[in-house]
Design a protein around this ligand. Structure first.
Ligand code: HEC
Length: 192
């Protein structure tokens, strides 16, 4: 009986498809997901409230609150959190070199038919003895986003956007398009 055990074990293992042995994500990946979720949750709450008032009010929320919320979540978590995109509204959100690579990875995967929710970009590197962690997740265009990022903006929305963002590139999106990404970057030494 005892001699049988190892062979049963081997049979069970070899019949498992490779996808079934998915690794438990590392702690820093779980922390990144939670941090991104905080940013997204707070943004969507404030955006939805402001949209109920007027799109112009919501643009104010986006332009004043989005950077402030990102700064608050960064301060509270020890990470650097924010949003970026290939085509940005605010030039301050333009992607860095690694964020550009993350965005290109998402675009390639989506074009090949990947599920947006399954996509995640991760990178670890050591610079001057510091372990740096980088994480990104795609942000897709939802119906709610079209008011301010769609192909046809209402005149008052276009005016409010044009006033604050004369170099705006973030229109012309359709539902399901890759709008951008949320990123989280850590110095491992500073991660709580
Ligand atoms: C009320 C108008 C409005 C709506 C609705 C809106 N956005 Fe934005 N969005 C903005 C503004 C304004 C900015 C620039 C914010 C800043 O200055 O950081 C922005 C910036 C962004 C950015 C950062 C990159 C960039 O272009 O500067 C992303 C990503 C983004 N929006 C995604 C979305 C998604 C996804 C939705 C729908 C869930 C959405 N937005 C809905 C107005 C809007």
């Amino acid at each position: 009986m005892r001699a049988l055990l190892p062979s049963i074990f081997v049979v069970a293992l070899s019949s498992m498809p490779p996808q079934a042995v998915a690794e438990e994500p590392a702690g820093w990946v779980l922390d990144s997901r939670a941090t991104a979720q905080q940013l997204a949750g707070r943004l969507i709450t404030e955006l939805t409230q402001a949209l109920a008032e007027s799109p112009a009010a919501a643009i104010r929320v986006c332009s004043e609150r989005a950077p402030a919320i990102a700064a608050e979540v960064s301060a509270a978590t020890g990470a650097t959190v924010g949003r970026t995109a290939a085509r940005v509204r605010n030039p301050a959100n333009a992607p860095t070199e690694w964020q550009q690579r993350g965005l290109e990875y998402f675009a390639t995967q989506l074009a090949a038919g990947a599920e947006p929710a399954s996509l995640e970009f991760t990178e670890t590197l050591v610079v001057d003895g510091h372990t740096l962690r980088r994480w990104m997740k795609p942000v897709m265009t939802a119906p709610l986003c079209l008011t301010c990022h769609g192909a046809a903006l209402a005149p008052e929305v276009a005016a409010a956007v044009g006033e604050r963002y004369p170099a705006d590139q973030a229109t012309g999106f359709a539902v399901g398009d890759l709008r951008g990404a949320v990123f989280v970057a850590w110095d491992e030494a500073a991660r709580p």
